[in-house]
Design a protein around this ligand. Structure first.
Ligand SMILES: *Cc1c(COP(=O)(O)O)cnc(C)c1O
Length: 465
C-alpha cells in the first residue's frame, strides 16, 4: 500500500513514513493510491466480532507490510482495552430508524480517542523499530490537547508538549491535560490566546534548525493514520445494523471534515452506505458548499459546539482531490486560489458528484439546546451540544426507506455541562473513572508568549539526542 499527496508533488510513501510525516512536503495530504476493498463476505464475517477485532481487520490493508500483522493486532487490542464501555462504540436507539453511535467512552470522553489511542501506539512502535524518537508539539483550545496527551503518555519514543492559552480553557479541559503526570508529558499554559499558541507551534516548525534538531512532529487531524483508525466505527455500526444486507446512513457533526471523510473511506472500501450527511453549526462553509455550491470563507463565530467552530476544513482537500479526478496539480492550484481569494469555484458537474455522495444540514445554538431538551424528555438520553447538532440534522435528512440513520455522538455531555444544564436543568456528572478529576494533582508550566522562551523550554526537556 502506497500513499500519494493530494498536491501531486511528493514521492509516494508506505504507511509508516506517512504516519511520521503527517503533512506531505508539498503541503498536501496523503491519500491511498487505491482503496482497499472489503467484500460482502468479509463484511458479513465481521458480525459478532469485538470492536478491536473489527478495527484490526479494517486497518490492516492500510498498513500493508509496514507493520507485522500480529504486532498490529496486539497494538489495536491494547488501544481499546481501557475504554469505559464493554462495546467500545455502542449504538443506542433514539427512534424507529434513528440511532446514536456513542464515541465518548475513551479516556478523554471525545471521539478523537478512538483514533489517537491507536495512533500514539503506532508512533511508538514504528519509532522503536527505526531506533528513533520524536518531540510532538501542539496547540489546543481545549479538547484535542487532552486526547493527544492521553495517546502519547508513557510512550518511550515520544515526548509531547501541548500549549493551551492560560485561563481560557474550561476547568475540566485544563485538568484533563495537567493532571497527566507522566514524565514525557509537558503542559504549557501560555500567557496569550489560542491563536498565539498556534502561531508559536507554526514558528517552531518553520525554524528548520530547531525542527530538525528536536525531530518535531504532530498528531493533528490531517494525519492519514487518524482517518484510517476512524473507519472502524462506521464499519462496526453498519454491521451491527445489518450490513452488508442493509444500507446504513450516517450524520456526522463536522469541523475539519476528518471524521466524515473516514465514513467516505468506509464507503470507498465497499461498505453499503446509503447517505452521508454533514452536520454544521453556524460555521457553515461545508453546508454552503454542498447545498449551494458556495465555498467561501467567513469569519469563525463562537457557538455552543466549539469543536466545530472551523472555517477551513483541512481534510476537505482529500475529497476535492477526488472531485478533481485525483489531479494533484489542479488540486494545488485550487487550494492556492481558495487561500488567496477566500473562495473557490465548483463546476455544476463536480457539484452534482459531490451531492451524489454527501448531503448537508445545519443547526443553530437555539436548535442545539432545543434538541438536547427534546431528546432528553423523549428518550432519557443526554446529548452534548455536538451530538445534538448531528441529531437535529439527522432527524431532518432524507434517506432511503429501511436504511437506518446513525447520528454520531462525539463527546460526553459532562464535557459541556453548562449547555446541557441550560437545556435540561440537569448537570451531567463525569463518569466514575473521572469523578476525582477536580482533586487530582496538576503539573503545568506557565510561559511567556515568546518563541525563544518556548523553544528553550522544549530543548531543556525533550529527550531526542
Ligand atoms: C473534533 C470534534 C468534532 C469535529 O470533528 P472533525 O473530524 O474535525 O470533523 C466534532 N465534535 C467533537 C466533540 C469533536 O471533538
Amino acid at each position: 500500500m502506497r500513499y500519494v499527496s493530494t498536491r501531486g508533488g511528493a514521492k509516494p510513501l508506505a504507511f509508516d513514513d506517512v504516519l511520521l510525516a503527517g503533512l506531505a512536503p508539498d503541503g498536501g495530504l496523503y491519500v491511498p493510491r487505491e482503496w482497499p476493498r472489503l467484500t460482502a463476505a468479509q463484511i458479513a464475517d465481521l458480525a459478532g466480532r469485538s470492536y478491536a477485532e473489527i478495527a484490526f481487520r479494517v486497518l490492516k490493508p492500510f498498513v500493508g507490510g509496514a507493520i507485522r500483522s500480529d504486532d498490529l493486532e496486539a497494538l489495536v487490542s491494547d488501544a481499546y482495552r481501557d475504554f469505559g464501555h464493554a462495546a467500545v462504540a455502542p449504538l443506542k436507539q433514539l427512534g424507529p430508524d434513528l440511532f446514536l453511535l456513542e464515541l465518548f467512552h475513551g479516556p478523554t470522553l471525545a471521539f478523537k480517542d478512538y483514533a489517537l489511542q491507536v495512533v500514539g501506539r503506532l508512533f511508538d512502535h514504528v519509532l522503536k523499530k527505526k531506533g528513533a524518537r520524536v518531540t510532538i508539539v501542539g496547540a489546543t483550545s481545549g479538547d484535542t490537547g487532552s486526547a493527544a496527551i492521553e495517546a502519547c503518555r508513557d510512550r518511550a519514543a515520544i515526548d509531547i508538549f501541548i500549549m493551551h492559552p492560560k485561563g481560557r480553557t474550561s476547568e475540566v479541559q485544563r485538568r484533563q491535560m495537567t493532571t497527566v503526570l507522566a514524565p514525557n508529558v509537558h503542559n504549557i499554559a501560555l500567557e496569550g490566546n489560542f491563536d498565539d499558541c498556534q502561531d508559536l507551534v507554526k514558528a517552531m516548525f518553520a525554524d528548520t534548525g530547531f525542527r530538525d534538531r528536536w525531530r518535531l512532529s504532530a498528531v493533528n487531524s490531517i494525519n492519514w493514520a487518524r482517518i484510517a483508525a476512524q473507519i472502524a466505527y462506521y464499519v462496526a455500526a453498519a454491521v451491527a445494523l445489518g450490513a452488508p444486507r442493509r444500507r446504513v446512513a450516517f450524520t456526522v457533526p463536522t469541523g475539519n471534515f476528518g471524521n466524515i471523510y473516514a465514513a467516505h473511506a468506509a464507503r470507498r472500501m465497499g461498505l453499503p452506505v446509503d447517505r452521508l450527511v454533514v452536520a454544521s453549526n453556524r460555521n457553515d462553509i461545508l453546508w454552503r458548499t454542498i447545498a449551494r455550491g458556495d465555498m467561501s470563507l467567513a469569519d469563525v463565530e463562537p457557538s455552543l459546539s466549539p469543536s466545530m467552530d472551523i472555517q477551513v476544513s483541512s481534510n476537505f482537500e482529500r475529497l476535492l482531490f477526488e472531485l478533481w479526478g485525483r489531479d494533484g496539480a489542479a488540486t494545488e492550484r485550487l487550494m492556492r486560489r481558495f487561500r488567496a481569494e477566500r473562495r473557490a469555484e465548483i463546476s455544476a458537474a463536480r457539484l452534482a458528484r459531490l451531492r451524489a455522495g454527501f448531503a448537508a444540514g445545519r443547526c443553530s445554538d437555539e436548535e442545539t439546546l432545543a434538541t438536547i431538551g427534546d431528546i432528553w424528555r423523549r428518550t432519557g438520553e443526554i446529548l452534548d451540544p455536538h451530538s445534538a447538532v448531528a441529531v437535529h440534522v439527522a432527524a431532518r435528512a432524507s434517506h432511503a426507506r429501511g436504511a437506518p440513520m446513525v447520528a454520531l455522538a462525539c463527546a460526553h455531555p459532562a464535557k459541556f455541562p453548562d449547555a446541557v444544564e441550560k437545556a435540561t436543568g440537569v448537570r451531567p456528572p463525569l463518569p466514575p473513572r473521572l469523578a476525582d478529576l477536580h482533586t487530582r494533582k496538576e503539573r503545568v508550566s506557565i510561559l511567556a508568549n515568546d518563541l525563544a522562551t518556548v523553544e528553550a523550554f522544549v530543548a531543556s526537556r525533550a529527550r531526542v539526542r
